[in-house]
Design a protein around this ligand. Structure first.
Ligand SMILES: C[S@@+](CC[C@H](N)C(=O)[O-])C[C@H]1O[C@@H](n2cnc3c(N)ncnc32)[C@H](O)[C@@H]1O
Length: 221
């Protein structure tokens, strides 16, 4: 009898822990998908900060090989990664193309700190901490490659940020967009392609990559 009661208590604690874990995951998903509307941006930024070790740990540079190939980095001089997360794309790009200037921007100082530690052995990079929903803190035509994975679909004002991507990209430059590694949700593709075309982006490729799902490659006309 005593054993059975003990078993019931153990099962209940197990159930409580599972429920609490489920609720926590649901809260984090709501926070990210609502872009902090429900809980506020500082809390959302805190979630990304908490996730930064996970982002860094799950982000080996080789996961980005196919993205680097699509970007044709041999003919590029500069790359900007918007929402650079674990820094995998930046370190892959540095290894793939000698002489490339890489820049990452992320709104979490902790994420940027981890990326900095990761890139230090490579020597040449720039990292900025900024909320890209307020605009990109760069000159017009400053880059000839721009990448963003797992950021744009979560932004309410994604059209403005797309416009900003167009502004900082040099004519003939390439833009690559994807869902990202943690939360995958699509932009409304008709709206996104129409907005991109209005800005003067031409869709070059639309491919499904093993580690990134569908990605879109545009060229600035
Ligand atoms: C889903 S993760 C993707 C990380 C990385 N691009 C990848 O695919 O592995 C989104 C990243 O964008 C950053 N981020 C989200 N919203 C942002 C914003 N408004 N401004 C700047 N960075 C943002 C987060 O801190 C996080 O590092």
């Amino acid at each position: 009898m005593g054993r059975r009661v003990g078993a019931v208590i153990v099962t209940s604690w197990g159930t409580v822990a599972e429920l609490a874990g489920g609720v926590l995951i649901a809260v984090i998903v709501v926070m990210v998908v609502s872009e902090g509307k429900v809980t506020g941006k500082p809390l959302l930024r805190m979630v990304y900060t908490m996730l930064s070790p996970v982002l860094a740990a799950n982000d080996p540079a080789r996961r980005w090989d196919d993205v680097c190939a699509l970007l044709d980095l041999d003919s590029a001089r500069s790359l900007l990664d918007i929402g650079c997360g674990g820094g995998g794309l930046l370190s892959c790009a540095l290894a793939a193309a000698g002489g490339l200037r890489v820049t990452g921007v992320d709104w979490s100082a902790a994420v940027a700190g981890r990326v900095r530690r990761r890139l230090v052995p490579h020597g040449r990079f720039r990292l900025l901490v900024a909320d890209v929903a307020r605009g990109l803190p760069f000159e017009d035509c400053a880059f000839d490659r721009v990448a963003s994975f797992g950021v744009l679909p979560g932004l309410r004002n994604w059209r403005f940020v797309l416009e900003e991507m167009h502004r900082v990209l040099a004519p003939g430059g390439r833009l690559i967009l994807g869902g990202g590694n943690v939360f995958l949700w699509p932009l409304d593709e008709d709206q996104a392609f129409a907005a991109a075309a209005m800005l003067g982006f031409e869709l070059q490729r639309r491919v499904r990559l093993a580690h990134h799902g569908e990605v879109w490659l545009f060229e600035k006309m």
